[in-house]
Design a protein around this ligand. Structure first.
Ligand SMILES: Nc1ncnc2c1ncn2[C@@H]1O[C@H](COP(=O)(O)OP(=O)(O)O)[C@@H](O)[C@H]1O
Ligand SMILES: [Mg+2]
Length: 205
């Protein structure tokens, strides 16, 4: 855990230090790469994005593109009936938003309209660091791990069942080996402008 904490601090600094133009170029490069290299996105009816913080890859252009294609776009919501598990609220242009405890925008929707992860086809996850095996280090809340815990069959390798998990980051967030715990969920694909990591070949995509 201490290891993770130190790496988190170091990589959060690296990410924040990227100039705005580098962040925007990386975001455009990733949008383009996702559309070319992840064909499942075309078949996804419901896709969860996130609103970028601290230099995280900005997926807004991709979200607007998907919306234009008629796909439903969702954003994570923190305060949910299940302790520390994310739910997903649909976002549409003009959507009324609130701010969660981290100051991140969330669509305001009635509780019964919040979806669980199993109801989403593809989920984009931000990351603080990633390694060659596709391990992902998050901000330390373990939200995505907890939310997706039922979806990975043996605690590490992602299942071929939905949701399909795509982690997005910058090249500078790469580290050869990350410490990982039993609860860490490995995304199906980790994508940066220069990396495309796919720890498991899955049929049909
Ligand atoms: N499936 C889970 N069930 C219960 N607690 C979990 C689960 N996944 C993660 N956690 C908790 O979340 C905390 C943060 O997880 P960690 O993997 O360090 O953060 P992150 O994934 O954000 O980098 C851990 O201390 C762990 O106790
Ligand atoms: Mg984790």
């Amino acid at each position: 855990m201490t290891d993770k904490k130190a790496i988190r601090q170091q990589f959060r600094k690296k990410r924040s230090a990227l100039p705005a133009y580098r962040q925007q170029l990386a975001s455009l490069a990733i949008a383009d790469k996702v559309l070319r290299k992840i064909p499942v996105i075309r078949r996804a009816g419901g896709i969860a994005f996130y609103l970028s913080q601290e230099g995280e890859i900005d997926l807004l252009p991709l979200m607007l593109y998907c919306l234009k294609q008629g796909q439903r776009c969702y954003l994570p919501v923190l305060e949910t009936p299940d302790e520390k598990k994310l739910r997903f609220a649909e976002w549409q242009p003009g959507q009324t938003m609130s701010q969660n405890k981290y100051g991140i925008g969330e669509p305001i929707v009635p509780q019964h309209q919040l979806l669980s992860a199993a109801e989403i086809d593809l989920i984009f996850m931000p990351l603080v660091a990633f390694d060659a095996c596709g391990n992902r280090l998050g901000m330390g809340g373990g939200y995505y791990d907890r939310t997706l815990a039922g979806h990975d069959r043996d605690g590490s390798v992602p299942s071929s069942q939905k949701p399909f998990l795509v982690a997005t980051g910058h090249d500078v967030q790469y580290i050869p080996h990350l410490p990982h715990d039993t609860w860490d969920v490995i995304p199906h694909i980790t994508i940066t402008p220069g990396h495309f990591i796919r720890p498991l070949r899955l049929e049909g995509d």
